[in-house]
Design a protein around this ligand. Structure first.
Ligand SMILES: Cc1ncc(COP(=O)(O)O)c(C=O)c1O
Length: 437
């Protein structure tokens, strides 16, 4: 038995893995990871895998990054955690100030959670409670977008439109209104991505005109719906959505859990439409993949509606690890890297080089809708394989790649540290897989 085999037998016996039909591991082995370095993960038998999906989109600067590790180490020597009710501390204060300065618009109040779904729960509850405090308790519904993904806790799942994730839990979920998708791939032949986005926005207009009195917020993933299969839309949709929300007194919740921190080519995707939401949800890349942390940023107006002598009008939500000092310090180290290494500008250059290397892939006859935005590349594959996603995952492992297609969409969302050789390897080996798909 190799070391890998020993660890995977123990993992299969004791660990229930996420988003996984465990029985499938009878035929496709788990990969026990021993260590990481830069964009590479290494198993116990010494094989390496290029982490082309940044470990579920969190690992912005590669594994074992010295600056983030050192920052966490120095924080560890001072304070690992203190409850955030009745207490505060330096990392959470500094992080809140810096996030507020970076975020679009005037989002000066930060409320912390531990993962993406908890940020979504916070934003949904905060919106509904705001309207209640304002004397409008009937504004408690949500509008979300077709094929949206906002997480898998019950509130977040209520605004998620992925049948596989919802069906078993449908009796637990609240019904919300689903607006048509602005996904550019759905544009009719001869219709531009922008016109398709504007048509979707017109449908949204009709929904909000009819339902605004019972709607607290519109929640959307700006520019890219990740779990829908890296579905990209024109920024015109966001600009219109912002206008409509303002006109109809409906909050706009921007879920930038996946798109935030430079992934779409700007620090936040909303910037590309020149808009600011009322509530901004961030997580994933915020700590560079080191520690779980999420945050919802909001406006003075929303904050003020909770500021009162009456405790029942306060925002009644808490998690034990809210504003954990180590996680906040990791996030500060990530923001330092963005500032000191001009990451957004360097990524423009990196993205150009990887897009050039991907041209044979984009031109391959089995590839449809090749698309790229910032540090996200995706294409749909014309393959008869019903098990394409699992097959591709296994083929990628054989070629030292970690790829995890969504249905028949293959995507790259690599850490921002790939060198030219790693980019060439990624492009060439993905092409090899496509050729035999
Ligand atoms: C846009 C978006 N929102 C929310 C979530 C949920 O985040 P988490 O998995 O950390 O709960 C995800 C996760 O992929 C996401 O992509």
């Amino acid at each position: 038995m190799t070391l890998n085999q020993r660890w995977l037998a123990r993992s299969r016996a004791a660990v229930w893995h996420p988003c996984t039909q465990m029985k499938q591991h009878e035929t496709l082995a788990l990969v026990p990871i021993a260590r990481g370095q830069g964009p590479w993960l290494y198993d116990f038998d010494g094989r390496r895998y290029l982490d082309a999906v940044s470990s579920w989109w969190v690992n912005l600067f590669g594994h074992a990054h010295p600056a983030i590790g050192t920052a966490i180490g120095s924080q560890l020597a001072e304070l690992e955690h203190a409850m955030l009710a009745g207490f505060t501390h330096r990392p959470v204060i500094e992080l809140s100030e810096r996030l507020a300065a970076l975020a679009p618009g005037k989002l000066g109040h930060c409320f912390y959670g531990s993962d993406g779904a908890s940020a979504v729960e916070i934003a949904l509850k905060m919106s509904v409670h705001y309207w209640r405090n304002r004397g409008l308790p009937g504004k408690n519904g949500f509008v979300s977008v077709e094929n949206a993904y906002h997480g898998e806790t019950l509130g977040a799942l209520s605004v998620t439109d992925v049948a596989l994730f919802r069906d078993a839990y449908a009796p637990l979920l609240r019904r919300n209104i689903v607006a048509p998708s602005p996904d550019a791939r759905l544009a009719a032949p001869g219709t531009s991505a922008r016109d398709h986005a504007l048509a979707a926005a017109s449908s949204l207009e009709a929904i909000l005109a009819e339902c605004h009195a019972t709607t607290a917020a519109l929640i959307l993933e700006p520019l890219v719906q990740g779990a829908a299969g890296m579905a990209m839309h024109d920024p015109a949709y966001l600009a219109r959505a912002r206008e409509l929300c303002t006109r109809h007194d409906v909050h706009l919740i921007a879920d930038e859990i996946m798109t935030g921190f430079g992934r779409t080519g700007t620090m936040f995707a909303c910037e590309q439409a020149g808009i600011a939401p009322d509530l901004l949800c961030l997580s994933k890349g915020i700590t560079g993949g080191y520690l779980p942390l999420s945050v919802v940023l909001t406006t003075d107006e929303i904050y003020a509606a909770f500021y009162d002598d009456d405790v029942a009008r306060a925002f009644l939500h808490s998690h034990s690890y809210t504003g954990n000092a180590l996680a906040c310090r990791a996030a500060l180290a990530v923001l330092d890297l963005f500032r000191d290494q001009d990451v957004i500008a360097h990524n423009r250059d990196r993205a150009g080089r990887l897009t050039a290397l991907a041209q044979p892939l984009a031109a391959h006859p089995k590839v449809r809708n090749f698309r790229q935005l910032g540090m996200i590349w995706a294409f749909d594959i014309d393959s008869g394989r019903t098990d394409f996603s699992r097959w591709c995952f296994a083929q990628a492992l054989d070629r030292e790649l970690l790829l995890r297609p969504i249905g028949k969409t293959v995507y790259w969302m690599p850490p921002y540290v790939l060198d030219d050789d790693e980019m060439a390897l990624l492009a060439e080996r993905t092409l090899e897989i496509v050729a035999c798909a």
